[in-house]
Ligand binder design. Sequence first.
Ligand code: HEM
Length: 337
Amino acid sequence: MNKFLEPNILALAALSAAASFSCAPVFAQVDPSQMVDAFQNANGKFEGFRRSGAKGVCATAEFIGSAEGRALSTSSAFNGKPVPVIARFSIGGGNPRAADNAKSQRNMALEFDLPGGESWQMGNISAPIFGAVTPQQMLGRLVSLTPDAETKKPDAAKVKEFADANPEVLLQGKYFASQPVPASFGKVNFWGVHAFAFVNAAGSKQYGKWVFEPVGGTQGLSDEEAKAKGPDFLFDELRQRVAAGGVAFDFNLQLAQAGDKLDSAITPLPEERKKVTLGRLTVKAVSPDATGACLTINFNPMVLPKGVEASADPMLAARAAPYAVSLGRRLVEGPKQ
Ligand code: HEM
Protein backbone atom coordinates (compact mmCIF):
# COMPACT_ATOMS: atom_id res chain seq x y z
CA MET A 1 0.00 0.00 0.00
CA ASN A 2 1.18 3.55 -0.73
CA LYS A 3 2.46 4.70 2.63
CA PHE A 4 1.15 8.23 2.11
CA LEU A 5 -2.36 6.93 1.58
CA GLU A 6 -2.30 4.63 4.56
CA PRO A 7 -3.06 7.16 7.34
CA ASN A 8 -6.05 8.49 5.39
CA ILE A 9 -7.44 5.02 4.92
CA LEU A 10 -6.97 4.36 8.61
CA ALA A 11 -8.71 7.63 9.39
CA LEU A 12 -11.66 6.68 7.23
CA ALA A 13 -11.80 3.31 8.97
CA ALA A 14 -11.79 5.06 12.36
CA LEU A 15 -14.52 7.46 11.28
CA SER A 16 -16.70 4.71 9.87
CA ALA A 17 -16.22 2.66 13.04
CA ALA A 18 -17.29 5.72 15.01
CA ALA A 19 -20.36 6.09 12.83
CA SER A 20 -21.42 2.47 13.33
CA PHE A 21 -22.24 2.62 17.02
CA SER A 22 -25.87 1.94 17.57
CA CYS A 23 -26.95 3.12 21.00
CA ALA A 24 -25.77 6.72 21.26
CA PRO A 25 -28.08 8.58 23.62
CA VAL A 26 -29.78 11.65 22.23
CA PHE A 27 -28.62 14.87 23.92
CA ALA A 28 -27.32 18.31 23.05
CA GLN A 29 -23.85 17.95 21.53
CA VAL A 30 -21.29 20.72 21.24
CA ASP A 31 -20.07 21.48 17.70
CA PRO A 32 -16.92 19.30 17.49
CA SER A 33 -14.84 21.86 15.57
CA GLN A 34 -15.71 24.50 18.17
CA MET A 35 -14.67 22.05 20.91
CA VAL A 36 -11.33 21.24 19.27
CA ASP A 37 -10.71 24.97 18.64
CA ALA A 38 -11.31 25.52 22.37
CA PHE A 39 -8.64 22.89 23.20
CA GLN A 40 -6.20 24.65 20.85
CA ASN A 41 -6.99 28.08 22.24
CA ALA A 42 -6.57 26.95 25.84
CA ASN A 43 -3.53 24.68 25.41
CA GLY A 44 -1.79 26.14 22.35
CA LYS A 45 -1.82 24.68 18.83
CA PHE A 46 0.83 22.06 18.15
CA GLU A 47 0.57 20.89 14.53
CA GLY A 48 0.37 17.16 14.01
CA PHE A 49 -0.22 16.37 17.68
CA ARG A 50 -3.38 15.12 19.37
CA ARG A 51 -5.29 18.10 20.76
CA SER A 52 -5.42 16.23 24.08
CA GLY A 53 -3.00 13.58 25.32
CA ALA A 54 -0.40 15.08 22.96
CA LYS A 55 2.78 13.66 24.50
CA GLY A 56 2.59 9.90 24.10
CA VAL A 57 4.13 6.65 22.93
CA CYS A 58 2.76 3.59 21.14
CA ALA A 59 2.93 0.14 22.64
CA THR A 60 1.63 -3.34 21.92
CA ALA A 61 -0.05 -5.55 24.47
CA GLU A 62 -2.01 -8.76 24.88
CA PHE A 63 -5.25 -9.33 26.76
CA ILE A 64 -6.53 -12.62 28.13
CA GLY A 65 -10.13 -12.60 29.34
CA SER A 66 -11.32 -14.44 32.43
CA ALA A 67 -14.26 -16.73 33.24
CA GLU A 68 -15.78 -13.82 35.20
CA GLY A 69 -15.58 -11.73 32.02
CA ARG A 70 -17.30 -14.48 30.02
CA ALA A 71 -20.07 -14.74 32.63
CA LEU A 72 -20.82 -11.01 32.29
CA SER A 73 -20.44 -10.46 28.55
CA THR A 74 -20.60 -12.31 25.25
CA SER A 75 -17.74 -10.15 23.94
CA SER A 76 -15.04 -12.18 22.22
CA ALA A 77 -12.55 -10.10 24.25
CA PHE A 78 -13.28 -12.49 27.11
CA ASN A 79 -13.05 -15.79 25.18
CA GLY A 80 -9.89 -16.72 27.09
CA LYS A 81 -7.61 -16.66 24.04
CA PRO A 82 -4.89 -13.99 23.75
CA VAL A 83 -6.24 -10.85 22.07
CA PRO A 84 -3.75 -8.44 20.44
CA VAL A 85 -4.03 -4.87 21.75
CA ILE A 86 -2.63 -1.61 20.39
CA ALA A 87 -1.88 0.71 23.32
CA ARG A 88 -0.85 4.32 23.79
CA PHE A 89 0.47 5.84 27.00
CA SER A 90 0.35 9.62 27.29
CA ILE A 91 0.37 12.70 29.52
CA GLY A 92 -2.91 14.62 29.80
CA GLY A 93 -3.36 17.92 27.95
CA GLY A 94 -2.52 19.31 24.54
CA ASN A 95 1.13 20.20 25.17
CA PRO A 96 3.58 17.76 23.57
CA ARG A 97 6.27 19.06 25.96
CA ALA A 98 4.20 18.51 29.13
CA ALA A 99 6.25 17.62 32.20
CA ASP A 100 6.27 13.95 33.22
CA ASN A 101 6.96 14.89 36.84
CA ALA A 102 3.85 17.04 37.46
CA LYS A 103 0.84 15.98 39.54
CA SER A 104 -1.35 15.66 36.47
CA GLN A 105 -3.17 13.16 34.29
CA ARG A 106 -1.63 10.07 32.73
CA ASN A 107 -3.53 8.13 30.07
CA MET A 108 -3.69 4.58 28.78
CA ALA A 109 -5.61 4.21 25.51
CA LEU A 110 -6.32 0.73 24.15
CA GLU A 111 -7.64 -0.89 21.00
CA PHE A 112 -8.51 -4.58 21.36
CA ASP A 113 -8.30 -6.20 17.92
CA LEU A 114 -10.96 -8.89 18.22
CA PRO A 115 -11.80 -11.85 15.98
CA GLY A 116 -13.78 -11.07 12.83
CA GLY A 117 -12.34 -7.56 12.46
CA GLU A 118 -14.20 -6.21 15.50
CA SER A 119 -12.51 -3.48 17.58
CA TRP A 120 -12.91 -2.20 21.12
CA GLN A 121 -11.39 1.22 21.73
CA MET A 122 -11.06 3.04 25.03
CA GLY A 123 -9.13 5.95 26.57
CA ASN A 124 -8.50 5.50 30.30
CA ILE A 125 -7.15 8.11 32.72
CA SER A 126 -5.24 8.10 36.02
CA ALA A 127 -8.18 9.50 38.01
CA PRO A 128 -11.52 7.92 38.94
CA ILE A 129 -13.32 11.07 37.73
CA PHE A 130 -13.20 13.47 34.79
CA GLY A 131 -12.99 17.28 34.89
CA ALA A 132 -16.50 18.10 33.63
CA VAL A 133 -19.93 16.53 33.71
CA THR A 134 -21.35 17.68 30.35
CA PRO A 135 -19.69 18.69 27.06
CA GLN A 136 -21.14 22.19 27.46
CA GLN A 137 -19.43 22.51 30.84
CA MET A 138 -16.17 21.25 29.36
CA LEU A 139 -16.35 23.87 26.61
CA GLY A 140 -17.05 26.59 29.17
CA ARG A 141 -14.11 25.50 31.30
CA LEU A 142 -11.74 25.52 28.29
CA VAL A 143 -12.95 28.97 27.26
CA SER A 144 -12.42 30.25 30.83
CA LEU A 145 -8.84 28.88 30.78
CA THR A 146 -7.92 30.45 27.43
CA PRO A 147 -4.99 32.86 27.82
CA ASP A 148 -5.70 36.54 27.27
CA ALA A 149 -4.16 37.86 24.01
CA GLU A 150 -2.20 40.57 25.83
CA THR A 151 -1.13 39.01 29.13
CA LYS A 152 -0.72 35.48 27.61
CA LYS A 153 -2.30 34.19 30.83
CA PRO A 154 -5.86 33.07 31.65
CA ASP A 155 -7.93 35.82 33.25
CA ALA A 156 -8.05 34.78 36.93
CA ALA A 157 -11.43 36.47 37.43
CA LYS A 158 -13.00 34.55 34.51
CA VAL A 159 -11.50 31.25 35.71
CA LYS A 160 -12.93 31.85 39.20
CA GLU A 161 -16.32 32.97 37.94
CA PHE A 162 -16.73 29.81 35.84
CA ALA A 163 -15.46 27.48 38.57
CA ASP A 164 -17.69 29.12 41.20
CA ALA A 165 -20.71 28.48 38.98
CA ASN A 166 -19.48 24.95 38.04
CA PRO A 167 -17.70 23.56 41.11
CA GLU A 168 -17.53 20.05 39.55
CA VAL A 169 -14.68 21.23 37.29
CA LEU A 170 -12.35 21.48 40.30
CA LEU A 171 -12.85 17.93 41.59
CA GLN A 172 -10.36 16.21 39.30
CA GLY A 173 -7.61 18.76 40.01
CA LYS A 174 -8.15 18.20 43.74
CA TYR A 175 -7.75 14.46 43.19
CA PHE A 176 -4.43 14.88 41.33
CA ALA A 177 -3.15 17.30 43.99
CA SER A 178 -3.85 14.61 46.61
CA GLN A 179 -1.84 11.94 44.75
CA PRO A 180 1.90 11.44 44.27
CA VAL A 181 3.50 11.69 40.82
CA PRO A 182 3.35 8.10 39.46
CA ALA A 183 6.72 6.32 39.39
CA SER A 184 5.80 4.69 36.07
CA PHE A 185 3.03 4.39 33.50
CA GLY A 186 3.04 0.78 34.70
CA LYS A 187 2.51 1.71 38.36
CA VAL A 188 -0.69 3.77 38.33
CA ASN A 189 -4.40 2.92 38.04
CA PHE A 190 -6.24 3.85 34.85
CA TRP A 191 -10.00 4.35 35.14
CA GLY A 192 -12.60 4.28 32.33
CA VAL A 193 -14.63 6.88 34.28
CA HIS A 194 -17.91 6.20 32.40
CA ALA A 195 -20.35 3.38 33.12
CA PHE A 196 -20.76 0.68 30.46
CA ALA A 197 -23.20 -2.24 30.25
CA PHE A 198 -21.95 -5.81 29.98
CA VAL A 199 -24.46 -8.12 28.29
CA ASN A 200 -24.22 -11.91 28.68
CA ALA A 201 -25.54 -14.86 26.66
CA ALA A 202 -28.83 -14.84 28.61
CA GLY A 203 -29.28 -11.18 27.64
CA SER A 204 -28.87 -9.90 31.18
CA LYS A 205 -27.24 -6.51 31.47
CA GLN A 206 -24.78 -5.58 34.24
CA TYR A 207 -23.63 -1.96 34.42
CA GLY A 208 -20.25 -1.18 35.88
CA LYS A 209 -17.22 1.13 35.86
CA TRP A 210 -13.78 -0.27 35.10
CA VAL A 211 -10.28 0.33 36.31
CA PHE A 212 -6.99 -1.16 35.08
CA GLU A 213 -4.91 -1.86 38.18
CA PRO A 214 -1.19 -2.66 37.96
CA VAL A 215 -0.30 -6.19 38.96
CA GLY A 216 1.94 -5.73 42.01
CA GLY A 217 0.28 -2.46 42.98
CA THR A 218 0.72 1.26 42.40
CA GLN A 219 3.86 3.25 43.21
CA GLY A 220 4.27 7.01 43.59
CA LEU A 221 7.26 9.32 43.95
CA SER A 222 7.93 11.69 46.83
CA ASP A 223 7.93 15.36 45.82
CA GLU A 224 11.76 15.36 46.04
CA GLU A 225 12.06 12.21 43.91
CA ALA A 226 9.70 13.65 41.30
CA LYS A 227 11.72 16.86 41.10
CA ALA A 228 14.95 14.90 40.70
CA LYS A 229 13.49 12.79 37.86
CA GLY A 230 12.96 15.89 35.69
CA PRO A 231 10.32 16.46 32.99
CA ASP A 232 11.16 13.52 30.66
CA PHE A 233 11.57 10.23 32.46
CA LEU A 234 8.36 8.25 32.00
CA PHE A 235 8.81 7.02 28.44
CA ASP A 236 12.29 5.47 28.83
CA GLU A 237 11.22 4.11 32.21
CA LEU A 238 8.29 2.35 30.50
CA ARG A 239 10.55 0.94 27.75
CA GLN A 240 12.93 -0.49 30.36
CA ARG A 241 10.17 -1.85 32.59
CA VAL A 242 8.38 -3.55 29.66
CA ALA A 243 11.65 -4.99 28.30
CA ALA A 244 12.17 -6.55 31.73
CA GLY A 245 8.67 -8.07 31.45
CA GLY A 246 7.22 -6.07 34.27
CA VAL A 247 4.07 -4.28 33.07
CA ALA A 248 0.65 -5.90 33.41
CA PHE A 249 -2.76 -4.68 34.57
CA ASP A 250 -5.84 -6.45 35.88
CA PHE A 251 -8.94 -5.24 34.02
CA ASN A 252 -11.34 -4.88 36.96
CA LEU A 253 -15.03 -4.01 36.80
CA GLN A 254 -16.88 -2.50 39.74
CA LEU A 255 -20.46 -3.77 39.56
CA ALA A 256 -23.23 -1.19 39.84
CA GLN A 257 -26.36 -1.80 41.87
CA ALA A 258 -29.89 -0.50 41.36
CA GLY A 259 -30.02 3.23 42.11
CA ASP A 260 -26.31 3.90 41.40
CA LYS A 261 -25.54 6.93 39.26
CA LEU A 262 -24.60 5.68 35.79
CA ASP A 263 -24.63 8.88 33.75
CA SER A 264 -21.87 10.90 35.39
CA ALA A 265 -18.12 10.92 34.71
CA ILE A 266 -17.55 12.81 37.97
CA THR A 267 -19.37 10.39 40.28
CA PRO A 268 -17.57 7.11 41.01
CA LEU A 269 -19.61 4.09 42.11
CA PRO A 270 -19.72 3.63 45.90
CA GLU A 271 -16.38 2.19 47.05
CA GLU A 272 -17.98 -0.90 48.61
CA ARG A 273 -19.39 -2.17 45.29
CA LYS A 274 -18.06 -5.63 44.36
CA LYS A 275 -15.17 -5.75 41.90
CA VAL A 276 -14.55 -8.61 39.47
CA THR A 277 -11.50 -9.21 37.27
CA LEU A 278 -12.41 -9.39 33.58
CA GLY A 279 -8.92 -10.42 32.51
CA ARG A 280 -5.28 -9.37 32.40
CA LEU A 281 -3.53 -6.94 30.02
CA THR A 282 0.22 -7.48 29.55
CA VAL A 283 2.27 -4.83 27.76
CA LYS A 284 4.63 -6.58 25.32
CA ALA A 285 6.65 -3.84 23.61
CA VAL A 286 7.00 -0.05 23.57
CA SER A 287 7.95 1.88 20.45
CA PRO A 288 11.56 3.14 20.58
CA ASP A 289 10.48 6.42 18.96
CA ALA A 290 7.40 8.42 17.83
CA THR A 291 6.20 5.76 15.37
CA GLY A 292 3.84 2.85 15.87
CA ALA A 293 0.36 1.58 15.13
CA CYS A 294 -1.30 3.96 17.63
CA LEU A 295 -0.21 7.07 15.75
CA THR A 296 -3.23 7.29 13.47
CA ILE A 297 -5.82 5.80 15.84
CA ASN A 298 -8.16 8.10 17.78
CA PHE A 299 -9.32 5.66 20.51
CA ASN A 300 -13.01 6.55 20.28
CA PRO A 301 -14.69 5.07 23.38
CA MET A 302 -17.94 4.58 21.47
CA VAL A 303 -16.27 1.86 19.36
CA LEU A 304 -17.52 -1.08 21.42
CA PRO A 305 -17.71 -4.81 20.74
CA LYS A 306 -20.91 -6.85 20.75
CA GLY A 307 -21.61 -7.66 24.41
CA VAL A 308 -20.55 -4.22 25.75
CA GLU A 309 -22.83 -1.17 25.49
CA ALA A 310 -22.56 2.55 26.19
CA SER A 311 -24.32 4.13 29.18
CA ALA A 312 -26.28 7.38 28.94
CA ASP A 313 -23.34 9.44 30.31
CA PRO A 314 -23.45 12.59 28.13
CA MET A 315 -19.64 12.86 28.24
CA LEU A 316 -19.23 9.44 26.63
CA ALA A 317 -21.00 9.92 23.31
CA ALA A 318 -19.70 13.52 23.24
CA ARG A 319 -16.14 12.22 22.76
CA ALA A 320 -16.61 10.57 19.35
CA ALA A 321 -16.93 13.64 17.12
CA PRO A 322 -14.15 15.86 18.59
CA TYR A 323 -11.76 12.88 18.53
CA ALA A 324 -12.50 12.46 14.81
CA VAL A 325 -11.96 16.20 14.20
CA SER A 326 -8.66 16.11 16.11
CA LEU A 327 -7.56 13.06 14.11
CA GLY A 328 -8.54 14.74 10.85
CA ARG A 329 -6.51 17.86 11.69
CA ARG A 330 -3.40 15.97 12.76
CA LEU A 331 -3.49 13.67 9.71
CA VAL A 332 -3.57 16.65 7.39
CA GLU A 333 -0.73 18.33 9.32
CA GLY A 334 1.34 15.10 9.47
CA PRO A 335 0.79 13.00 12.62
CA LYS A 336 3.34 13.39 15.41
CA GLN A 337 3.73 12.51 19.08
C1 HEM B 1 -16.59 16.05 25.68
C2 HEM B 1 -15.59 15.52 26.34
C3 HEM B 1 -14.22 15.29 25.75
C4 HEM B 1 -13.59 15.87 24.70
C5 HEM B 1 -14.13 16.98 23.80
C6 HEM B 1 -12.30 15.26 24.57
C7 HEM B 1 -11.38 15.57 23.59
C8 HEM B 1 -10.25 14.83 23.28
C9 HEM B 1 -9.46 14.96 22.08
C10 HEM B 1 -9.70 15.98 20.98
C11 HEM B 1 -8.50 14.02 22.11
C12 HEM B 1 -7.43 13.74 21.04
C13 HEM B 1 -8.02 12.76 20.02
C14 HEM B 1 -7.07 12.39 18.90
O1 HEM B 1 -6.52 13.28 18.25
O2 HEM B 1 -6.90 11.18 18.64
C15 HEM B 1 -8.65 13.31 23.37
C16 HEM B 1 -7.84 12.30 23.82
C17 HEM B 1 -8.04 11.62 25.00
N1 HEM B 1 -9.09 11.75 25.88
FE1 HEM B 1 -10.60 13.02 25.73
N2 HEM B 1 -12.15 14.32 25.54
C18 HEM B 1 -13.30 14.31 26.30
C19 HEM B 1 -13.59 13.51 27.37
C20 HEM B 1 -12.74 12.58 27.90
C21 HEM B 1 -13.03 11.80 29.05
C22 HEM B 1 -14.32 11.84 29.87
C23 HEM B 1 -11.95 11.01 29.26
C24 HEM B 1 -11.84 10.06 30.39
C25 HEM B 1 -11.70 8.79 30.32
C26 HEM B 1 -10.99 11.29 28.19
C27 HEM B 1 -9.77 10.65 28.00
C28 HEM B 1 -8.94 10.85 26.91
C29 HEM B 1 -7.73 10.08 26.67
C30 HEM B 1 -7.20 8.95 27.53
C31 HEM B 1 -7.16 10.58 25.48
C32 HEM B 1 -5.85 10.14 24.81
C33 HEM B 1 -6.15 9.03 23.85
C34 HEM B 1 -4.95 8.74 22.96
O3 HEM B 1 -3.89 8.32 23.46
O4 HEM B 1 -5.10 8.91 21.75
N3 HEM B 1 -11.50 12.26 27.39
N4 HEM B 1 -9.73 13.81 24.05
